[in-house]
Design a protein around this ligand. Sequence first.
Ligand SMILES: Nc1nc2c(ncn2[C@@H]2O[C@H](COP(=O)(O)OP(=O)(O)OP(=O)(O)O)[C@@H](O)[C@H]2O)c(=O)[nH]1
Ligand SMILES: [Mg+2]
Ligand SMILES: [Zn+2]
Length: 319
Amino acid sequence: MEHVEGIVIREQRRHYYVAAGNRVVDCAVSSKLRKQLQYPEAAPGSRRKRVQAVRRTRVVDPVAIGDRVRIDTGEGNTGLIREILPRRNKISRRASGTSRKEQILAANIDRLMPVFSVAEPPPDWRMLDRMLAVAEWCEVPVAICFNKLDLPCPAAFETLASIYEQIGYTVVFTSIISDRGKEMFLSLLRDRISLFMGPSGVGKSSLLNWLQPGLELRTREVSETTGEGRHTTTHTELVELEAGGLVGDLPGMREFHLWDVDSEEIPGLFPEFRNLPGHCRFRNCTHVGEPGCIVKDAVDSDEVSRERYESYLHLRKNP
Ligand SMILES: Nc1nc2c(ncn2[C@@H]2O[C@H](COP(=O)(O)OP(=O)(O)OP(=O)(O)O)[C@@H](O)[C@H]2O)c(=O)[nH]1
Ligand SMILES: [Mg+2]
Ligand SMILES: [Zn+2]
């Protein structure tokens, strides 16, 4: 038996594939560690100062891609995860279904990349805004990718996309058909750990195959009857690019709900609100209709986009 340190690069049905040196070890998590990990505390130094109450806040799966772990290696190429090293950050959402559980999508991420297509399926702006809010919450840098630029765009697309550039987000426009945006994309991914996130069928796996010929991740046509993708990628994986960098390709998601964010914190997750000069009349203004609200004024004078403001109202009602 040997003790080594590595990084979880792939997860499939409770098997964790840990890259350690130049090999990949197929690991399980000891049941003792699993129990311990299901009751998390806020990471020190994170925005979340409050330590979570242990009661009922459970994690669906306590080990995520990007986690740095200590393992004991065993027979063949198998091992047991003994310890998870402290995380720099983690990207979580509320697990789908009714129970309040946290789903950790990835840990120790350098950049979150929401990926949407301009058509087939058309962009889900609300989901994008949720993802951006999560990135702000986790204090992870973001770059947005709009893919399938070879297809006809909806009329409002350019105007809406430019809102994000004006806010200050990096945006990359790509097409694997017309070979657009590759250089910028590769430079964004180089030498760091990035995480692709987006609905099914927008082309997350296709983008990786395009950036790295020979990778051959499974991709599939968007269903013709519904225009929705069909969840071709079914497990999470960090792919190493020859150009440098690791990229997480997650299965497509239908919904993305914030995990453990209080409604008073939501205004702080919209940088264009945060950066407005001046103050609202009321110190605890919720920006939903109080008099003397600088956010509402900025929306009325088109300094802040109405769509983003609507997203904000949505998030408050249904985080
Ligand atoms: N026209 C066009 N089609 C694209 C482009 N990129 C990907 N596609 C197509 O979109 C479909 C879905 O691509 P995938 O890569 O499987 O999508 P995904 O986001 O990984 O989907 P899930 O794994 O289900 O989350 C495939 O038929 C791709 O060929 C593009 O730039 N232009
Ligand atoms: Mg995929
Ligand atoms: Zn206000």
